[in-house]
Design a protein around this ligand. Sequence first.
Ligand SMILES: NC(=O)c1ccc[n+]([C@@H]2O[C@H](COP(=O)([O-])OP(=O)(O)OC[C@H]3O[C@@H](n4cnc5c(N)ncnc54)[C@H](OP(=O)(O)O)[C@@H]3O)[C@@H](O)[C@H]2O)c1
Length: 268
Amino acid sequence: MSYFQDKVVVITGGSEGIGKALVDIFLAEGAKVATCGRNFDKLYMLQSTHAGKSLMIQAADVSNEHDCKYFIEGVIKLFGTIDILINNAGISMRSLVKDVELDTLRRVMDVNFWGTVYCTKFSLPYIMKNKGTVVGVSSIAGYRGLPGRSGYSASKYAMNGWLEALRTELLDSGTNIMWVCPGFTASNIRNVALNRVGKPQGESPLDEKKLMTAEECAGYIVKAIMKRKRTIVLTANGKQTVFLNKFFPSLADKLVRRFFFRNNELVK
Ligand SMILES: NC(=O)c1ccc[n+]([C@@H]2O[C@H](COP(=O)([O-])OP(=O)(O)OC[C@H]3O[C@@H](n4cnc5c(N)ncnc54)[C@H](OP(=O)(O)O)[C@@H]3O)[C@@H](O)[C@H]2O)c1
């Protein structure tokens, strides 16, 4: 029998990318899965591909405290408890600090950080009772400030710090708190990254076909949950960045700058 058979797994932002790949894996493993996103059509399509399985979908914006409360209450009504919460819903941004509108930074923080706080707070009593797991899908940007993505880096640093504090509070409780840091992974995140004025930039600067797939990334996350890890860092490039930043931060400044700028212009 699968480790996840009949476990109740809540995954925010499961209609696309890494979140969708997680939904697919957990359903295949026999878990009861609940997910949310802002766009109901995308969720409905997801549900159609999993007809007959234990999948709950609900339109919810994780930056809205009420939406999160209503979503988690819905999960409890339907499945009765929660074993695993994966705070995956997230957005990115592209703009230099000198240009960006403050609302754009606030929006990224509201989704990535506050969305994690709301969903975790409302689920925690159930997860603690089951000695389950809370996961934050963070980023390499949560270990290394990235130019043009200052709000994104800040939100992921905040997520890591908040979850690390929670982990320490719950160290003897049997509940596992972990944060996972994917490197570049093929998904829609760069297309919908907010520009200076908070609109989707509508393109990806990377060749998405050359990146780690969302399915591979989700596979690592699932294994880490099963092993009750503290944290994982993914992709060779991601591991190298975290290592360099820890031991040679000034060199990391130069290399990261070179990667994200061409001819002194930010690569979008
Ligand atoms: N892809 C990468 O290279 C990469 C690298 C490191 C970390 N990550 C992290 O991985 C996580 C997943 O990203 P992804 O690459 O899979 O992105 P994605 O393909 O853009 O998918 C994001 C998912 O989150 C949902 N979402 C976005 N904003 C939301 C909100 N306010 N409330 C509820 N749901 C929301 C989206 O649905 P709706 O649009 O319908 O809301 C979608 O289902 C993010 O936290 C991201 O920071 C990604």
